[in-house]
Ligand binder design. Sequence first.
Ligand code: SME
Length: 161
Amino acid sequence: MAEELIIKGETREERYHSLIPQIKALCEGEKDLIANLANISAALKNGLNFLWCGFYLVKGDELVLGPFQGPVACTRIRLGSGVCGNSWKEKKAIIVPDVDQYPGHITCSSLSKSEIAVPVMKNGQVLAVIDIDSEVLNDFSAVDQKYLEELAKLIADFYVQ
Ligand code: SME
């Protein structure tokens, strides 16, 4: 289970717990959205060791690929399409234990087995979606959701459209 996974001598919850303040400090004093999202992707990828960590940004009626770390990914996703498009449409986090069982899942890498998508929201509007893919089945839990929602709030504070 995700809670028991040990990364660099810490549980995943402990990793998030130390990572979120580091990310906050990293973004403080920097106004550029892409620079901040690029560093956050790197911090998530290196800190938590997932297959793919990154962002899709709401641009008009589509999500467009933003900063990420991991294998190449699809560039545009429509509202209600795939995990990210549904997270955007439903304005909520979606945990997919097995991507092969998710209707309409958009496959970017055959190595991806499970996924979590979390919307970045401001004033009830979705600005972007945080997307993380894992090579491990059923790798995401309420722990990931809790910390990624905290991260989404932090991002919403400095997000400029
Ligand atoms: N699987 C996602 C597409 C993005 S990639 O995983 C990076 C989806 O179904 O929306």
